[in-house]
Each structure stands twice: as structure tokens, then as C-alpha cells.
Design a protein around this ligand. Structure first.
Ligand SMILES: Nc1ncnc2c1ncn2[C@@H]1O[C@H](COP(=O)(O)OP(=O)(O)OP(=O)(O)O)[C@@H](O)[C@H]1O
Ligand SMILES: [Mg+2]
Length: 382
């Protein structure tokens, strides 16, 4: 089996982000997976030098994973960021919500996201303007808050957009990992859902973000576990009970790269009724991604973003970020080995592209484009 560098990159990014957020259990899992990926990549590496580099980095990741495990077991004392403890009383039975809810104030905005102009505009209209102009929204009967589903292939910026929305409306961002939440859910499911919504409602403005939401609210089957059968209706009820009055609002964002696995009841009006398709980057977005991710790196004059854009049709934002990082590695390694430091040249970038397949395959893309969630079709991808 071959793993791609972008898979590793994404696992590592998620692991490090979880670690920074104090989500140590998730961090450990991601970091171990990232290290395993890297070990596989090391085995496949062409040069001994690259192999050694990969192995060293894998060892570092394992150390960080061990630290995450220790932090998790000790309750993360010392390094932990603000976590949600609202609504919890002494003796309140059940899990400590701070184990699985992370609260943050994201600092990335829409300007940091390449392309996706339609998506940004739709979000501005449905979510940002009503928050920013509450009196006007009230006057015209425009609701604030509600549910949004971001769906699309992996690495297209869904998680990034969710963070940016919270930033744009200066909301507290609650990140919930379904995997973690579920593991805590044996017998405590309803209570956990209630705690999550209570913690969010205690903030003037809050965004609850559920990544990989299909893991939490999959299609209800008659034979599915009883936990799911109780929890799904409860989430739906909490969603409907949102305080939609202007001024105090709660936004619920779910993201998935497998929308067809979601329970249809989640997609009805009043629930995750705004469904937004986050597509692969179009040509201007690919251009912008190159600008963002080559920014600050020494580039030779022959590097032609226009030509690279044409070559990068089908690649995701995460792929392009990763290609930029890898293209810098060769000249860097040469300089480390004692060579004269040189610029990153067009051939370095092309060589990386040659070796890297897009992480999203065309067959999967068709599934998104034909997904009947009344989301917009892939008008932007060309
Ligand atoms: N449109 C974009 N603009 C800038 N950076 C992007 C964009 N799309 C992806 N990226 C980069 O790729 C990384 C992965 O993106 P992100 O985690 O938001 O993808 P995702 O759609 O949530 O993927 P998944 O479905 O796997 O969760 C981001 O950290 C970001 O650096
Ligand atoms: Mg994501």
C-alpha cells in the first residue's frame, strides 16, 4: 500500500492542532497515524537522506504522541487552553465536558481562504450580515443563527471556513470531535448533547462545529444502536430550539466529506438547512493558493504560477499547500548538504507535481456533484 505525503501532512496538522487545542486524546491518535504514514514513506523514500529525515520526524511525532497520552491521562494540567465547563455542577454525573469540547477564538478570516467566492458570499448573506446588522435583520425578519452543512472533498478548506466564520462574527468556537464524543457516550449521550448546547448558549455568540458529522448523525437504521436512536432526535430538537433572536445567536456548522451518509432528517428546513458545497479550487483559487503557500519562500523567476495553475487541475487546497512545502525541500536539502543556497525553480515544483497524484479521485468528485442535498452543483470547478 502506498500512502501519500498529503495524507501524512493532514494527519500531522490535525494532530498538532488538536495538541495545541488541548484535545490530547485526538492529538495522540492523529500523531500516531501521522508517524505510521511517515514510516511507510521513509521505506519508500528514494534517497537515504530523505529516509533519515522522515525517520527523524517520525520519532519526533511519536514523542509528541507520548506526551499527548500523558497529558490526557493527567487531565492536561498546565498546558490546557480554555475549555468548556459552563453548565457543570459539582456532583453532576457523567463525563467532564472539557474532555471533548474545545473552546477557542480563531484568528483566521475569509481573506486567508483562497477562492470559494460563491461559498463566502453565501455565508456572508446567510450568517455574517444578520449577525453584524441585528437591527436590520430583525426589522426584515431575517433569522440569525441556525444550521449549516459544509460538504465536499477532503482538503478543500471546510474546517478552515468554519473557523473563519467564527472569526468573522467574533464568536466563540466550540470544536467537537464526534469520535471522542461517541467514546464518552455510552449511557451519557443525552447529557453530553445537553452540556454542549448549554455551554454554547452561555456565550453571547457561539459557533458549534462538528467535524466529520456523519460519524455522529448517520442514517438511522432500524437495527442501529439505541444510543444513536436517542441522540439523533435530541440533536435535532436542540437545533430547532436555537435562540434565533437577533443579538444572541448560536450557529451550528457540520462538515463532512461523506454527505450521503448523513441522516436525511438532519437536512430538513430549520436544521442543517443551508447546505454548502465546498468544491476543489478553480483556476483563480489555485493561483491564490500558490501565492499563499509560496509566500516568503525564495522563488526563481522561471516559476510561472499561470502554468502551474493549469497543471494543478483536480488538486485540492491541501494538496497545493503540500506541493509548495515539498518543492522547497530539495533546494533546502542541497544547501544543508553544503551546496550554495539557490532559489526554488520551476523544475522543482514540476517534479513534485509529477510525483504527487491529486488526493481526490474523479469518481468521488462525481458523487459530490450529484449529491442530492440541494447543495449547489460544482459550478466552480474547471
Ligand atoms: N481554499 C483554501 N485556501 C487556503 N488554504 C486552504 C484552502 N483549502 C485548503 N487549504 C489548506 O489545506 C489544509 C486543509 O484544509 P481543511 O482542513 O480546512 O480541509 P477540509 O475540507 O476540512 O478537509 P477534510 O474534509 O479532510 O476535513 C488547510 O489547513 C489549509 O492550509
Ligand atoms: Mg476538515
Amino acid at each position: 500500500m502506498t500512502v501519500s505525503f498529503s495524507t501524512f501532512e493532514r494527519l500531522k496538522t490535525k494532530g498538532v492542532a488538536s495538541y495545541k487545542n488541548g484535545d490530547f486524546l485526538a492529538a495522540k491518535t492523529y500523531l500516531v497515524d501521522a508517524a505510521e504514514c511517515l514510516i511507510e514513506l521513509a521505506e519508500a523514500a528514494k534517497s537515504p537522506e530523505a529516509r533519515r529525515q522522515h525517520e527523524e520526524l517520525a520519532a519526533e511525532l511519536i514523542d509528541l504522541a507520548k506526551d499527548s497520552d500523558a497529558q490526557h491521562k493527567s487531565g492536561g494540567k498546565g498546558r490546557r487552553p480554555v475549555t468548556a465547563r459552563q453548565g457543570e455542577k459539582e456532583g453532576d454525573s457523567g463525563a467532564d465536558a472539557s474532555d471533548w469540547i474545545v473552546k477557542e477564538k480563531p484568528d483566521i478570516g475569509f481573506d486567508d481562504i483562497a477562492g470559494l467566492e460563491d461559498v463566502k458570499e453565501e455565508i456572508r448573506l446567510k450568517m455574517i450580515y444578520p449577525f453584524m446588522h441585528p437591527e436590520l435583520a430583525q426589522r426584515y425578519g431575517i433569522g440569525t443563527g441556525g444550521g449549516v452543512l459544509l460538504y465536499g472533498p477532503p482538503g478543500t478548506g471546510k474546517t478552515m471556513i468554519a473557523r473563519a466564520i467564527a472569526h468573522e462574527i467574533d464568536a466563540t468556537f466550540f470544536v467537537v470531535s464526534p469520535a471522542q464524543m461517541l467514546s464518552k457516550w455510552v449511557g451519557e449521550a443525552e447529557q453530553n448533547v445537553r452540556k454542549l448546547f448549554e455551554a454554547a448558549k452561555a456565550e453571547p455568540t457561539a459557533v458549534i462545529f462538528l467535524d466529520e458529522i456523519e460519524a455522529l448523525v448517520p442514517k438511522r437504521k432500524s437495527d442501529s444502536s439505541s444510543v444513536m436512536q436517542r441522540v439523533v432526535p435530541q440533536i435535532l430538537q436542540e437545533l430547532e430550539g436555537f435562540d434565533r433572536k437577533a443579538g444572541r445567536a448560536l450557529l451550528f456548522i457540520g462538515a463532512t466529506n461523506r454527505p450521503w451518509m448523513l441522516d436525511e432528517a438532519m437536512l430538513r428546513p430549520g436544521r442543517l438547512d443551508a447546505k454548502i458545497y465546498v468544491d476543489l479550487p478553480d483556476a483563480p483559487a489555485r493561483y491564490r493558493l500558490l501565492e499563499i503557500y509560496f509566500d516568503g519562500r525564495p522563488l526563481a523567476v522561471d516559476v510561472d504560477y499561470g502554468a502551474l495553475c493549469d497543471r494543478l487541475v483536480g488538486y485540492s487546497g491541501a494538496d497545493i499547500k503540500n506541493i509548495a512545502a515539498q518543492a522547497a525541500q530539495k533546494p533546502f536539502m542541497e544547501a544543508v548538504a553544503g551546496g550554495e543556497p539557490r532559489m526554488i525553480e520551476m523544475k522543482d515544483v514540476l517534479a513534485v507535481i509529477e510525483e504527487t497524484a491529486p488526493s481526490v479521485n474523479p469518481a468521488d468528485l462525481v458523487r459530490f456533484e450529484t449529491f442530492d442535498g440541494q447543495g449547489k452543483p460544482a459550478s466552480q470547478s474547471k
